[in-house]
Ligand binder design. Sequence first.
Ligand code: ZN
Length: 234
Amino acid sequence: MERKALVLFSGGQDSATCLAWALDRYVQVETVGFHYGQRHAVELDCRKVVLDRLKAEFPAWAPRLGADHMLDLALLGQVSDTALTQDREIQFAASGLPTTFVPGRNLLFFTFAAAVAYRRGLSVLVGGMCETDYSGYPDCRDNTLKALQVAISLGLDAPMVVETPLMWLDKAHTWRMAKDLGGAALVELIRTETHTCYLGDHTTLNAWGYGCGQCPACELRRKGYEIFNAAEAA
Ligand code: ZN
């Protein structure tokens, strides 16, 4: 049986690249997004634009791209007190973790995604988590997600594979992956239509995309794009 995938798609650079990765591999690909009162909710507006443009501009992928699911996880705001959901400065707490950390967020995301996938007959869950230049979130770690794969598969009594194609890539390699999958057209789509900025700045278009240029997410995205671009030009 051909495997079908559900991509955790936020509208950011990483998950958009993962979506292209999945469309390249699986006959049917659906997407799921989460609303949880995040300050960068503008990311969610990018989702529809990216999905529409993928359908319109990548004819080989269009027939594979199926339903989009949107889940309201507003309860995350009740169990976290962080810079992403409240108007607080992004800083590093005594624990060493940035205050952008919503405890256990990816555990919840994957568990809800698995419930959707189960209902839809999908058996692969794809997420853009990465251990390479991440912020130290323990729920982004490869071992966390491998353990979660086992727990979900047992808990549903259905094999559910968790795929994280960006796990060992840095941001420059993530741009490279987009280029390999969809050429310059995909790089340009991701550059201009996805959103990464923690502060939700979607008015300033920089060489590397929209964002404030100051927050840690913008900083990472800018650096990665510059390294990718320099390598392309060489
Ligand atoms: Zn920013």
